[in-house]
Write a protein that binds this ligand. Structure first.
Ligand SMILES: O=C(CO)[C@@H](O)[C@@H](O)COP(=O)(O)O
Length: 230
């Protein structure tokens, strides 16, 4: 894929965030990796969606060095590249501050699987990362955000739950490409809203029965050796 094609795909995925109501002003960012070239295209930092053009997307290598572009890459770039380096199967990453997913992140709570809507997309809970140490924050907040996300998936397949809420911050999602990572961001905000409302109605309510979760998730995604550990 040429840089022009990569930037176009990432540009359109970023615009979809705004179309879906997941971001305001300059919040959030989407990227996509070209593993053959060892680069990503990512939204420029601080640029409003309505002012953005495809050529504004910044090409960065996986060591966070700018390869092409005149604008500053997103301030979250190091989190994106950390995920590409550690999750070998992903092709796109999305970060938003969508309201309900961010509320779960700020509450430092994983999003429980309370219904089949959740189970259609995520096997088990949507994890919440552990809080960072003061040393990690001082060292490099964005890189350490990636570290915390990878740690949250130490015993989970990142494709079994292509999303996470970062404690005290907001959600990150991923997928096979930028468009799929945005799709997962839309799904995450909806299941986060449903879980919040469900917990408001029934604070002590039960999780979805494991047999029902298995049926719904495996029907859509198939079963592999990973499952049974979540
Ligand atoms: O997470 C944050 C800030 O907490 C960022 O997503 C948000 O401010 C957008 O930053 P960028 O414009 O991508 O540098």
């Amino acid at each position: 894929m040429s840089y022009t094609e990569l930037k176009r795909e990432v540009f359109e995925a970023n615009l979809e965030l705004q179309k879906r109501g997941l971001v305001i002003y300059t919040f959030g960012n989407v990227s996509q990796v070209d593993r053959a070239k060892g680069v990503i295209a990512i939204k420029p930092s601080g640029v409003a969606y309505e002012d953005m053009r495809a050529d504004d997307m910044v090409i960065v290598d996986l060591d966070n060095q700018i390869v092409e572009g005149t604008l500053r890459p997103s301030s979250d770039t190091k989190t994106h590249t950390h995920l590409y380096r550690h999750f070998a199967t992903i092709g796109g990453v999305t970060h938003t501050h969508s309201t309900h997913a961010t509320a779960w992140a700020q509450a430092k709570l994983a999003i429980p699987c309370l219904g089949t809507t959740h189970a259609d997309f995520v096997y088990g809970e949507v994890p919440c990362t552990a809080e960072m140490s003061a040393e990690q924050v001082a060292r490099d907040y964005e890189e350490e955000t990636g570290v915390q996300i990878v740690r949250a998936f130490a015993d989970r397949d990142p494709l079994a739950a292509p999303m996470v809420v970062v404690a005290g911050h907001a959600p990150f999602t991923w997928g096979k490409d930028a468009a799929k990572s945005v799709y997962h961001a839309v799904i995450l905000e909806e299941i986060a809203r449903m879980a919040f409302l469900t917990r408001t109605l029934a604070p002590q309510g039960d999780l979805l029965a494991r047999s029902v979760m298995d049926k719904h998730y495996f029907r859509k995604h198939g079963k592999n050796a990973y499952y049974g550990q979540a």
